[in-house]
Ligand binder design. Sequence first.
Ligand SMILES: Cc1cc2nc3c(=O)[nH]c(=O)nc-3n(C[C@H](O)[C@H](O)[C@H](O)COP(=O)(O)O)c2cc1C
Length: 312
Amino acid sequence: MMDWTDRHCRYFMRLLSPSVRLYTEMVTAQALHHGDSAKLLQYDDCEHPVALQIGGSDPGLMAEAARKGADEGYDEININVGCPSDRVQSGQFGACLMASPGLVADCVRAMKAVTDVPVTIKTRIGIDDFDDYEFLQRFIDTNIDAGCDTFVVHARKALLQGLSPKENRNVPPLNYDRVYRVKEDYPNLTIILNGGVVSVDDCRRHLEQVDGVMIGRQVYHRPWFLTELEEAFGTGQVPSTRFEVIGKMLPYVEYELASGAFLKHITRHMLGLYAGQPGARAWRRYLSENAHRFDAGIDVLEKALEKLPRAA
Ligand SMILES: Cc1cc2nc3c(=O)[nH]c(=O)nc-3n(C[C@H](O)[C@H](O)[C@H](O)COP(=O)(O)O)c2cc1C
């Protein structure tokens, strides 16, 4: 998720769940071509399994991006066909590409030709007035032909005009049946459902119909949810307290600060750690008010901890 799942966020999340698959923010193929790709692709070894999400529609640039991601060791390369923002549309990528399945398929082919790392697609169930099952099916068929066998489907359509990206994550209604039907009709595909999943029970329900569930906002706003998921579906190995997680973050924070990072860029992802717990507000407030200082150091995190009930 743009601006959210950067490498600091992913490091923190990995401490809460050893086996969940993490996704990067979307990185554009253009940025990887023109920019500092080593920096854009930076991640910590502990993040595995980690998928790199790429935005773009130029098969040559997408192939180059996939190769760079694979060389860096990412476990999956995911193509963004879900983002509805204007900036993304003017760059001809994101959700608007649902209307050009052949172009996405050309990208898949070009990317698969240069790497053995799985190339997957994240898409919506439709865009604008193209929101019947046949439209989604045509998109999927075309990309199966190109060799894609894994689709993450955000179970709502995107409206390309008139809604902000935020509204496009809330206003169009969720249609889980559409995603279930894809799995029913294509049992050999790996289908991951996304959108509005907020509890372990939700996951259980969906997992009776599809192969996996992708969760965005609920995990970001309530990171402890990851431990519940790990207990229900993963290794069962979870930190016993939030305090333990912070203890494990401290050496990372110290290292990053010494390397030139700013505290706020790390702690902003940790604000929700105590959501729903005693001390949540004090923790959030102390960090929000103090971590942004130019010279904020590890002591800010330590003092925020003092605001909490002991060893919470
Ligand atoms: C701040 C923010 C940034 C996002 N950035 C991306 C992105 O870069 N790529 C992407 O595929 N989806 C992105 N999304 C959409 C989420 O991945 C997800 O599809 C959407 O939030 C619905 O899932 P949820 O209800 O579990 O949050 C973003 C969502 C948010 C809230």
